[in-house]
Design a protein around this ligand. Structure first.
Ligand SMILES: [Mg+2]
Length: 201
């Protein structure tokens, strides 16, 4: 059984400096090994149509929501084409969801930057393996999950303790929002919005 954030023994998450946290306008998330543990269930329906399923973490999803609440754009960029990824992105209102079997992630992100009028220094990416390396070398805040491979760990400004699919995205979202000083207010806004007293969603 892999260790997750909910298990004891991981220790405190590393912090992200205020300077780095405050410049982030776009967070790019890899899918396999970051939003998931990298496992893919592959099978077929009785009709013969192939079926691919992935397991996503609900606490990661809330972290994404809180980033969006803070005005930070979240994008998903994957080197594998999967309906499961598109469905999860839609659930989280992530409109910038790019899947390319050739793992041409730089060109996908360049398109987002042009549309949003941002530059590479305002981008954070959370990755786990070699398909992310070219992007991690270009962005202002390169970050990796706790079980990332050595090559990407070497270029990361921030490495979480959680494994991909086991709370790594939530851990990074919290590091950004705490670095900006926004975390406590967002938590309170979230609670208020669900107490029957607030005006937000
Ligand atoms: Mg990956």
């Amino acid at each position: 059984m892999t260790q997750s954030r909910r298990d004891e023994g991981l220790g405190p998450s590393p912090v992200l400096s205020e300077e780095n946290a405050k410049k982030i306008r776009l967070v790019v998330l890899d899918v396999d090994g970051v939003l998931t543990d990298g496992g893919v269930y592959i099978g077929a329906l009785p009709s013969g149509e192939s079926l691919e399923m992935k397991r996503f973490d609900i606490q990661d999803g809330l972290g994404v929501r809180l980033l969006q609440w803070a005005g930070i754009e979240v994008a998903v960029v994957s080197g594998r084409v999967s309906k499961a990824t598109a469905i999860r992105a839609r659930e989280l209102d992530i409109t910038e969801c790019h899947q390319d079997g050739g793992a041409q992630k730089i060109s996908a992100i360049r398109g987002i930057l042009e549309r949003q009028g941002l530059d590479w220094d305002q981008v954070a990416m959370l990755g786990d393996d070699l398909p992310d390396l070219a992007v991690l070398r270009k962005v202002g805040v390169p970050a990796v999950v706790g079980n990332a491979t050595e090559e990407v760990r070497k270029v990361a400004l921030w490495q979480g303790r959680c494994r991909g699919g086991q709370g790594a995205v939530r851990e990074f979202c919290e590091a950004i929002l705490k670095g900006r000083g926004d975390w406590d207010a967002l938590v309170e806004a979230y609670v208020t919005a669900r107490s029957g007293e607030g005006e937000e969603e």
